[in-house]
Design a protein around this ligand. Structure first.
Ligand code: FES
Ligand SMILES: [Fe+2]
Length: 473
């Protein structure tokens, strides 16, 4: 018998405080069914081996077995709005030219010349082009991938232009993102996500958002370790104590969907069960509306007869409507307030709620398995009827810079990201210093980490895949 959970089956124990579903059920504007449901499954209690975070060979194999087979997003569609627009997307040493070839068609070309391999466009570049010409000897491809010209074709009688189309990765468009996959045999994106998760994703209508802020920083830890630091609310009390008074951390809800998607729902405007009874409803509300987290103007909002959560819902609704010029009258209190976090394997976190409308992306640093590239994008609702705002350009932060230094970053949120960064630095080092070779996970609150690592294991058990043309034209 487990002393913590009595006679319950493993994975059945929950925080004894009010549940996420009970909190949401009391809201004035009811939440849709994809929020009012649970999908937890117990996946075992074994330790997760730490070699996966510390062994450079493991990361090399991930590039050959995992990244070659999974769907991951290369850019937002709004980054290439016009036909001919392109942007270079890198994952490890692989590089792709993502280009719009028709109003509703985007292609992903391997970014390498078929003569002697030179990159056709430098990493980090973007622009608009009707052709892609190699800077070395001038071989040129049409925007549709057909070979247009070789210099001195008399010297290449063995090159048949129809066999020298630019090889492509597969592309699908969903939620305003351009998703790519190098594997010709991979399931399509909706099958990869599964029916239920696809329905959730479509319901959030992320294609109607625009990139308000985009910040990138190198993190001092393996990409999987970094991603996992954001997959639970279990760390809120000790890592981010300043938000615990208005964040239902221990009673957050965790769900898994199929092999590639999981989520949590963490309610805001309610107190952490760890702090129950220590704050009044007015003080809970004040956490969000005064001090560091202020985004709601000068007047101090009052709880009145209701709860902090109810007052916050009304306040957020009017404030965000004014800020974004959008109509949020049909949006439930939960969608407005709560922190929804979906992981789409392998490296995307979507936070589709309105108060924390973000995307995180985690990419391994090909040169150092102890580092990764972290990005946060804030996606605001695009104004109804008005012109779509230009997407924000990426702000690159140096290692020694705080997230608060990124122009436009809410200082309260920047501080949270800095706190997570400090932990990761210590965690990567601690794992390497440890006499224990595994991470021990909670059955419920850390289920997203186990679910994620099981998917890693499945891909790592597959043979390496040599990328090849995944699209026949
Ligand atoms: S390497 Fe590109 S044209 Fe020679
Ligand atoms: Fe955190």
């Amino acid at each position: 018998m487990n002393i913590q959970s009595g006679n319950l089956e493993p994975g059945a124990a929950r925080c004894p405080a009010v549940s996420t579903q009970d909190i949401i059920a009391q809201d004035k504007r009811p939440a849709p069914d994809w929020i009012r449901s649970e999908s937890y499954r117990y996946l075992g209690s074994d330790d997760i081996g730490t070699d996966r975070y510390t062994d450079p060979a493991f990361q090399r194999e991930e590039f050959a077995r995992l990244w070659t087979r999974c769907w991951h997003w290369a850019c937002r569609e709004e980054a290439i709005p016009e036909i001919g627009d392109y942007i270079v997307y890198d994952i490890g040493q692989r590089s792709f030219i993502i280009t719009r070839t028709a109003e509703d068609e985007v292609r992903a070309y391997y970014n390498a010349c078929l003569h002697r391999g030179t990159k056709l466009r430098a990493s980090g570049s973007e622009g608009c082009a009707s052709e892609f010409k190699c800077s070395f000897h001038g071989w040129t491809w049409h925007a549709n991938g057909q070979l247009k010209q070789m210099t001195c074709p008399w010297d290449f009688p063995h090159v048949e232009p129809e066999n020298f189309r630019l090889p492509e990765a597969r592309v699908e468009l969903l939620g305003g993102f351009v998703w790519i996959n190098m594997d010709p045999d991979a399931p399509n994106l909706c099958d990869y996500l599964g029916e239920e998760a696809t329905r959730h994703l479509k319901s959030w209508k992320l294609e109607d958002r625009y990139v308000h802020l985009h910040v990138q920083k190198s993190f001092p830890a393996n990409w999987k370790l970094t991603l996992e630091a954001f997959a639970e609310a279990y760390h809120v009390l000790d890592t981010h104590p300043q938000v615990a008074p208005s964040n239902a951390d221990a009673n957050s809800q965790y769900d898994i969907y199929g092999d590639h998607v999981n989520r949590f729902i963490s309610c805001l405007g309610v107190i952490s069960p760890h702090l129950e009874g220590r704050y009044t409803e007015q003080q809970i509300l004040d956490q969000f509306t005064v001090g560091d987290g202020s985004m709601l103007g000068e007047d101090r909002p009052m709880v009145g007869d209701g709860t902090a959560r109810q007052a916050m819902a009304e306040l957020f609704r009017t404030t965000f409507e004014q800020q974004t010029g959008s109509d949020l009258s049909a949006v439930s209190d939960s969608e407005l307030l709560d922190c929804f976090s979906y992981t789409i394997f392998p490296n995307t976190f979507l936070f589709p709620g309105i108060s924390l409308p973000m995307v995180y992306r985690f990419r391994p640093d090909a040169a150092d398995h102890r580092r990764c590239i972290f990005e946060v994008l804030f996606l605001r609702p695009a104004p109804k009827g008005g012109p779509r705002p230009e997407p924000a350009v990426v702000t690159l932060l140096r290692d020694d810079q705080s997230f608060c230094e990124a122009e436009g970053m809410d200082p309260g949120f920047g501080k949270i990201l800095d706190q997570d960064t400090d932990n990761l630095f210590l965690q990567q080092q601690g794992i390497e210093a440890s006499a224990k070779r595994g991470l021990t996970l909670g059955n419920y609150q850390e289920i997203r980490i186990r679910h994620f690592e099981h998917a890693v294991d499945r891909y790592m058990a597959m043979p390496p895949m040599v990328p090849r043309n995944a699209v026949s034209r």
